[in-house]
Design a protein around this ligand. Structure first.
Ligand SMILES: [Zn+2]
Length: 350
């Protein structure tokens, strides 16, 4: 299966990085990517090593250069310049896969990134290693060594991953994570990632008070820093992997005639094409062109105006962006009583 199309998300950012001018604060725009696991898992938060490397290859080919949180803060404060095409690569939760898989791949492409640690889950030694969400987390010794190697730096992700928007003592959760990284990691963390992406009115102030200089959320947009407050709600683009599937069904009118096709895609922003034919293998009656849906986004494709398309049979195919066949079905529409739209999982891939 092809990569998740990271460059698609970044296309909107091309040429968008504003920097330069020696004013006190400089508007900054930057895509920030959010990863969790890099490995062969099945959930949407797993991106396979092959896919991850493909993302890095695309970023390299697109002329992107990775930046770290301190560089974004400095650029906003007018104390430094971001590259023309900056991107920040982040990993939530502090899994061992950041050391075993992500770090060597990032190094191979000359990239850097930031890992957000749940400090209570960072054990002192390998023997005492803890797991978050069933997966092993880094130890302090590993954190120190990785920080020294310089490919990955670290930020806070709360002390216990508690939802800070609903926590009676969120300030303590935040401050504790900062103090632990400073004391046990031996450096001052710059960035914070809100656990569950959740924050309340007061949370960002607590993050700043707790020692951090910026914070990230999950909002699938390019981050834009126009004022100081923006530094504490920087949106990130979710990078999905794992299992993907398409749910879909024929769209029919009141008489049961097929007017089109509706589909929902779960997983990542992988490109697709739809092709409609009279018979399997026949000339296309209609083609969608290449399109992408965001995770969970629904799209409807109507071809009721097509000559003869509302009388069956019709053969619909789903192909991936490069034309590879994924799924096909012929509908005969001979029973008008079947007018109910049937939605089923059509295709599942990895
Ligand atoms: Zn998390």
């Amino acid at each position: 299966m092809k990569s998740g199309g990271v460059l698609f998300f970044l296309a909107a950012a091309l040429g968008a990085a504003g920097c330069g001018k020696d004013r006190e604060s400089v508007p900054v725009e930057i895509p920030i990517l959010m990863y969790h696991h890099v490995g062969e898992g099945r959930g949407v938060w797993w991106v396979s090593p092959t896919e991850f490397e493909e993302h890095l290859r695309q970023l390299k080919a697109g002329g992107y250069e990775t930046v770290l949180p301190e560089e974004v803060v400095a650029a906003f404060e007018g104390k430094g310049k971001l590259p023309t095409r900056p991107v920040m690569v982040t990993f939530d939760d502090g899994y061992v896969s950041t050391r075993e898989v992500a770090e060597p791949l990032l190094a191979r492409y000359g990239f850097r990134g930031v890992v957000f640690l749940i400090t209570d889950y960072v054990a002192e030694t390998a023997e005492a290693r803890r797991k978050w969400d069933g997966e092993p987390c880094l130890t302090w010794e590993e954190v120190r060594r990785m920080h020294q190697r310089g490919v990955l730096t670290f930020g806070g992700h709360g002390h216990t991953h508690a939802n800070l928007a609903a926590h009676p003592n969120s300030a303590e959760e935040i401050e504790r994570s900062f103090r632990q990284i400073r004391r046990k990691g031996g450096f001052r963390p710059v960035a914070f990632s809100y656990p569950h992406g959740a924050f309340g009115e007061e949370t960002w102030k607590a993050v700043e008070k707790g020692g951090y200089r910026m914070a990230v959320v999950c909002e699938d947009r390019i981050a834009r820093v126009a004022q100081r407050k923006d530094l504490f709600h920087l949106p990130r683009i979710s990078i999905y992997g794992g299992i993907r599937n398409i749910e879909g069904g024929w769209v029919r009118n009141g008489e049961g005639q097929v007017m089109g096709w509706t589909m929902t895609f779960r997983g990542t922003g992988q490109p697709f094409r739809l092709v409609l034919r009279r018979v399997e293998g026949g000339e296309p009656l209609w083609e969608s062109g290449r399109f992408r849906l965001k995770n969970g986004e629904q799209a409807e494709f109507l071809w009721g105006e097509l000559e003869g398309a509302s009388s069956g049979p019709l053969h619909l195919e789903i192909r991936d962006g490069s034309g590879l066949f994924l799924w096909g079905q012929t509908s005969t529409f001979n029973n008008l009583n079947q007018a109910k739209e049937n939605r089923t999982t059509l295709w599942q891939g990895k």
